[in-house]
Design a protein around this ligand. Structure first.
Ligand SMILES: Cc1cc2nc3c(=O)[nH]c(=O)nc-3n(C[C@H](O)[C@H](O)[C@H](O)COP(=O)(O)OP(=O)(O)OC[C@H]3O[C@@H](n4cnc5c(N)ncnc54)[C@H](O)[C@@H]3O)c2cc1C
Length: 432
């Protein structure tokens, strides 16, 4: 029996962990994990990479280190297709067959068909995005520092984040801290009025899913800090140096970051299986695909039929789905009946930058410094591996005493909108 798990994110790693534990004594079972990255990214801390609060390497854990002495095989490869009929996974560097498959390849950032999104925005999902954004802001600051024209300076230092969910809110709060606490005090040519942070949300509220009182508190706090929040504002086009909203108004920006929603993985767009309107594979409550019961799905890549609560793209849901998928494969092997998903989100924690957060968990709601300490403690605890926990705790501690690191890590190889200032000369850019 060959069990193949696709994706080394939260869902994939949880599935492998459960399979290993439950099938330890089954020498006839082979477990293979395939992922295109060789590390697990702890996404909740990704906004802090952009603000230079934590070191990028400290929020990832190599999959081979997580594996330790466990016996599963790991193959770093990119899945390009799945042949359900032939029970084969097609990858960039070969083919693997399976008896049972768990699809946990996550999601991608959608463009919603808005012109210019593909070409001119920075998505915010992977570690590279955090590093690119951090470098871009620092590079723009280096140029703005000696730019004599205040209008050009302000445009360069305008960051527009699209999407008022927790990712967009946490990111813009981190950027505000970065500009306010680090950039303005250190770059003598940049005044507080020279930078502008914009958060655009198409819905009528930010932080949908958080209790309205806390969402309002977050909105007021960010507004007090000078972040412009525009709800009911739909982006209709993105151009180099500007976003168009509501089909007419042009807002000058230096960089647009897209943190609006998730859609199913593009590799799954062509497989012969049912998908929802967001392109996610539809599973039964057992986490099996309807058309192929030997294929299970978990995490952001899937949605469970008639169960929106359990299909929400958050880590606890991904873990619960992956656990069930793995347990059901074990149940199949042991000839037991399969279980069904029982998951409901327990709440939300949203960081509002240094020393502030809102917490809405199990009906308990609080905000401010205590909430921020709770947010930190919980995320530190959830981080995989003592070494990484220590490194992140040290990053946080050091940030209280020393200035953040402002060295630009690499020549900016991707400058989605600010060609004239932050991109390298075109020869280098083309080569990158
Ligand atoms: C910036 C940010 C902040 C977030 N903060 C929170 C938070 O605070 N709390 C929370 O609950 N959720 C948060 N989330 C959401 C959370 O990260 C996702 O719900 C979770 O990662 C889903 O897990 P997954 O395993 O389905 O997907 P992922 O974690 O995305 O893992 C997918 C894996 O598949 C691999 N893969 C992708 N394509 C291929 C391919 N073609 N071939 C091989 N491998 C492939 C990827 O490399 C990755 O390892 C955040 C997300 C982002 C982007």
């Amino acid at each position: 029996m060959r069990i193949v798990v696709l994706g080394g994110g939260f869902a994939g790693m949880e599935a492998v962990r459960v399979l290993e534990r439950r099938l330890r004594d089954r020498a006839d079972v082979e477990i293979l994990l395939v992922s295109d990255r060789n590390y697990l990214l702890f996404t909740p801390l990704l906004p802090q990479v952009a603000s230079s609060m934590v070191e990028p390497r400290h929020i990832v854990q190599p999959l081979r280190d997580i594996r330790g002495a466990r016996r599963f095989r790991f193959r770093r490869d990119t899945v390009t297709d799945i042949d359900f009929a032939g029970r084969r996974v097609i990858m960039a560097e070969g083919v693997e067959s399976y008896d049972r498959l768990i699809v946990a390849m996550g999601s991608v950032v959608p463009s919603f068909g808005v012109p210019g999104v593909e070409e001119h925005v920075l998505g915010y999902k992977w570690l590279e995005d955090g590093v690119v954004l951090r470098d871009h802001i620092l590079d723009a600051a280096e140029h703005a520092d000696h730019e004599p024209d205040p209008a050009v300076r302000r445009r360069m230092l305008t960051v527009c984040v699209v999407g008022g969910g927790y990712t967009g809110v946490e990111l813009i709060a981190e950027l505000q801290d970065f500009f306010h606490r680090y950039i303005v005090p250190r770059y003598r040519g940049i005044d507080p009025g020279d930078y502008r942070l914009l958060l655009l949300e198409a819905g009528h509220e930010i932080l949908r899913g958080v209790h309205p009182t806390l969402a309002e508190r977050a909105r007021r706090k960010l507004g007090r800090e000078g972040i412009e929040i525009r709800t009911g504002t739909r982006v209709t086009r993105v151009e180099p140096g500007a976003v168009e909203v509501g089909g007419g108004e042009q807002v000058p920006v230096g960089l647009t970051v897209w943190a609006a929603g998730v859609i199913g993985h593009p590799v799954l767009a062509h497989v012969p299986a049912e998908r929802d309107r967001l392109g996610r594979l539809v599973t039964r409550p057992t986490m099996q695909l309807k058309e192929h019961p030997e294929v299970y799905g978990a995490g952001d890549a899937v949605t469970i039929e008639d169960n929106a609560d359990a299909s929400i793209p958050i880590i606890p849901a991904a873990l619960a789905q992956a656990r069930l998928a793995a347990e059901n494969i074990v149940a199949e092997l042991q000839g037991r009946p399969l279980g069904t998903i029982h998951f409901a989100p327990q709440g939300m924690l949203v960081s509002l930058g240094e020393r502030d957060a809102v917490v809405d968990v199990l009906g308990i709601r609080f905000s401010g410094y205590a909430a921020w300490l709770f947010w930190n403690a919980l995320h530190l605890w959830k981080l995989v591996g003592f070494r990484k926990q220590l490194q992140v705790a040290l990053d946080w501690g050091m940030a209280q005493v020393f200035p953040r690191d402002s060295s630009i890590m690499r020549r900016v190889s991707r400058c989605p909108v600010c060609d004239q200032h932050a991109a390298p000369p075109s020869r280098e850019r083309d080569a990158a």
